[in-house]
Design a protein around this ligand. Structure first.
Ligand SMILES: Nc1ncnc2c1ncn2[C@@H]1O[C@H](COP(=O)(O)OP(=O)(O)OP(=O)(O)O)[C@@H](O)[C@H]1O
Ligand SMILES: [Mg+2]
Length: 553
């Protein structure tokens, strides 16, 4: 008995780590069962065990109390060396906080996420925690002192969660204690290289990927620069991005859709490729087309597909190029930066300038304004972002900070844009969002009405070929207006609208042809008149010449 106590005394420092794990191994179980079989009866076993425990507690308390600290440290050191001979496992611990408890360790968070994805089926005692910014508001992780067995390339590893309580050093009437949580990975020493080189990387990557998958997307918009200083300074405000548009719901030519999806896939997995060719890991899309053709819906579908945040940049609220750069630096990677209606946002063609000048003239003619209001207006007008500033924003040296970003411009009038802005390399892919074709209609009919085919489809196909109706209008017609409306009523309503649009277009075309004809006739008349006048003038001149010379031919 005495020898048992001594052995336990020597190993008591490492009892938490070693014994916990050893008890789970087969050998230890066999040892315990054999020992129990040796004992004559259960009562005897319990009484012996009780006295043994009491002795251990007593000796351990004496040891803690009276053994000098430096000797204890040495004892621990040698104990660990001693147990190292017999204990072939290595342990790595990952603390919850790194440094001076300032920042939560990213590795800890990633591992916890990885384990929570694995633990919910295997562990009996689970802890539910509320998490922010995740699609699953509750995550389940293993309770303290639980253990999960994981397998990697045929090797078994064990994860356990535990904590150490530390008394704070500060003087206080209410002494508090801090819990230092950590996760411990245990594995056989012969797999040291595999675990440290590959397994940990694998766990961290998986954990980050799961977190990315589960996070809620954000929609950011830039604040005016007067809000950038002071307490709670933020350049971007955000809300959760919950747009339901996806590539399934987006009505467009299937081939075009496929092409865009392939392009996005290539971009997402192209980190090495971009590094190899020496390009910043970003891609620009220009979406152009008439209103209501799905440009904004396409952006939302892209964000949902890529699982990227959206930064909706309102250029008119940005005063200078330097502000634009600051905003760019504050964006995170895995994001889509959007500038909608780029032609209206910035002076790209000089038109806005002209408009401004006109406005100014108009203002001058009007009565004098309240000075405060005038100052406010001046401030609002004062966007000095230039084309070169915007070009730098897109592909200047700063744009490479962070990587994995998509920049999207949308416009209704692609011809208005400066060619420097939309050249390949800046806007790598130009996507035309056009009026609703038959293929796009079929997608919408499936989404809105759940029908793949109908006897009215051929009529609609013909009418769509003869008219220009944006998908937004088609969608409006396909939406049942009451609970009793069925698909046939909706399709008929669409046909009516299409016929109306066709009639309107024909009338307009007629009107235009008439106007053109009138203009042509007017021009011809003017030319004729001019010709007549010239003739008269020429005749007059020749008469005067005759008078001057005094001769008649
Ligand atoms: N291609 C499409 N597929 C599915 N729905 C569409 C499509 N285009 C438009 N819609 C519908 O029309 C609505 C308006 O479309 P959206 O805002 O995407 O058009 P837009 O091209 O951005 O217009 P604008 O140029 O005026 O900004 C959407 O909410 C959607 O319901
Ligand atoms: Mg839009």
């Amino acid at each position: 008995m005495c020898s048992r106590i001594l052995v336990l005394l020597v190993t008591c420092e490492s009892i938490n780590t070693t014994l916990m794990h050893s008890l789970n191994t087969e050998n230890r179980n066999i040892f315990v069962i054999e020992s129990l079989e040796e004992m004559s009866g259960m009562g005897e076993v319990w009484s012996q065990l009780g006295s043994l425990m009491a002795s251990i507690m007593f000796v351990y308390a004496m040891y803690e109390q009276f053994f000098p600290r430096h000797l204890r440290i040495n004892a621990t050191k040698y104990t660990q060396k001693f147990t190292g001979f017999f204990y072939p496992y290595i342990q790595i611990s990952f603390s919850e906080f790194s440094g001076e408890r300032l920042k939560r360790s990213e590795a800890y968070t990633a591992i916890r996420t990885y384990l929570s994805a694995n633990s919910s089926q295997r562990v009996r005692r689970l802890k539910a925690e509320e998490v922010k910014d995740s699609q699953n508001p509750l995550i389940l992780s293993m309770e303290d002192n639980e253990e999960i067995t994981d397998e990697f390339q045929g090797v078994q590893l064990w994860w356990s969660a535990s904590y150490k309580v530390q008394k704070t050093q500060s003087f206080s009437f209410y002494p508090t204690s801090e819990e230092k949580r950590f996760l411990t990975l245990t594995f056989h020493k012969r797999y040291r290289d595999l675990v440290t080189v590959s397994y940990i990387q694998h766990v961290l990557k998986q954990g980050r990927d799961i977190a990315l998958q589960n996070r809620t997307l954000k929609l950011y918009t830039n604040n005016p620069s007067k809000d950038w200083s002071g307490y709670k300074q933020t350049k971007w405000s955000h809300v959760n991005f919950e747009h339901p548009s996806t590539f399934q719901t987006l009505a467009m030519d299937p081939k075009k859709k496929e092409e865009i999806l392939n392009d996005l896939d290539r971009f997402k997995t192209g980190k090495e490729y971009y590094a190899k060719v020496g390009k910043a890991w970003k891609r620009g899309y220009l979406l152009y087309g008439p209103p209501g053709t799905g440009k904004s819906s396409m952006i939302a579908a892209m964000a949902n597909y890529m699982n990227y945040d959206v930064y909706d940049l309102e250029l008119t609220a940005v005063k200078e190029n330097t502000e634009l750069r600051k905003l760019l630096i504050e964006t995170s990677s895995k994001s889509i930066i959007v500038i909608e209606d780029i032609d209206c946002s910035i002076d790209l063609t000089g038109q806005r300038k002209k408009k401004k000048e006109k406005e100014k003239e108009k203002d001058e003619d009007e009565e004098p304004k309240n000075p405060v209001k005038k100052a406010e207006e001046e401030e609002n007008k004062g966007s000095k972002v230039t084309l070169s500033g915007l070009l730098n924003f897109i592909d200047g040296i700063w744009s490479a900070c962070g990587g994995e970003r998509i920049i999207i411009f949308t416009t209704n009038f692609v011809d208005k844009l400066d060619s420097a802005l939309i050249r390949r390399g800046r806007m790598d892919k130009h996507i035309e969002m056009s009026y609703c074709g038959y293929e796009a209609f079929k997608v919408m009919a499936k989404n809105y009405l759940g029908v793949d085919s109908h006897s009215l489809f051929p009529t609609i196909e013909k009418l769509l070929g003869e008219t220009n109706m944006p998908p937004a209008d088609v969608a409006e017609n396909l939406m049942p207006k009451s609970i009793v409306e069925d698909s046939e009523i909706c399709l008929k309503s669409l046909i009516e609208s299409l016929e109306e649009v066709k009639k309107k277009a024909e009338e307009e075309a007629e009107k235009k042809a008439k106007e053109d004809e009138e203009a042509r006739l007017k021009e011809e008349n003017e030319k004729e008149e001019l010709g007549k006048e010239e003739k008269v003038e020429a005749n007059g001149k020749s008469g005067e010449e005759v008078k001057e010379n005094g001769t008649v031919h």
